[in-house]
Design a protein around this ligand. Structure first.
Ligand code: RP5
Length: 163
């Protein structure tokens, strides 16, 4: 399932350059059969687009927002400030600081406006998708079964011998 007419998860990112990281979240949601959409929404370059996206997200039927950004990564926090939906933040690895700047920008939210912050880079993007799926699975038994199957397959795929 790729982008859907009725997406439940909105994946936003600060730049097209973030797609290299954020496509891992989209790919995994597709694998799990979770309807989602992907958009470039920059806190700094397109603030009005961010305002419109975040304030309209719940009304459009989204249930979880995944926001990835790098550097001065204000996108997840600002999105969280403008929607009551759960927001999962993915720090994109930056060239100059290896994503530590992104991580610190996203993780250190003031009390009252939470962002569920994941790991830097690909692992964070994949885990954001798995967390979004787990949230949706609380009220979707079929998705819960698919998620459990995915995890079981992952477990089965781990070799016991190192070589
Ligand atoms: C951030 O600045 C984006 O999220 C991206 O990670 C970073 C660099 O953006 P580009 O200059 O590649 O567009 O806003």
């Amino acid at each position: 399932m790729a982008q859907s007419a009725s997406p439940l998860v909105g994946i936003i990112m600060g730049s097209t350059s973030d797609w290299e990281t954020m496509h891992h979240a989209a790919d995994l949601l597709a694998e799990l059969g979770v309807a989602h959409e992907t958009k470039v929404v920059s806190a700094h370059r397109t603030p009005q687009r961010l305002y419109d996206y975040a304030t309209g997200a719940a009304e459009r039927g989204l249930q979880v927002v995944i926001a990835g950004a790098g550097g001065a990564a204000h996108l997840p926090g600002m999105a969280a400030a403008m929607t009551h939906l759960p927001v999962l933040g993915v720090p994109v690895e930056s060239k100059t600081m290896k994503g530590l700047d992104s991580l610190y920008s996203i993780v250190q939210m003031p009390a009252g406006i939470p962002v569920g912050t994941l790991a830097i880079g690909k692992a964070g993007a994949k885990n954001a998708a798995l967390l979004a799926a787990a949230i949706l699975a609380l009220s979707d038994a079929a998705l819960s079964a698919r998620l459990q199957s995915w995890r079981a397959a992952q477990t089965d795929g781990v070799a016991i011998d190192p070589e």
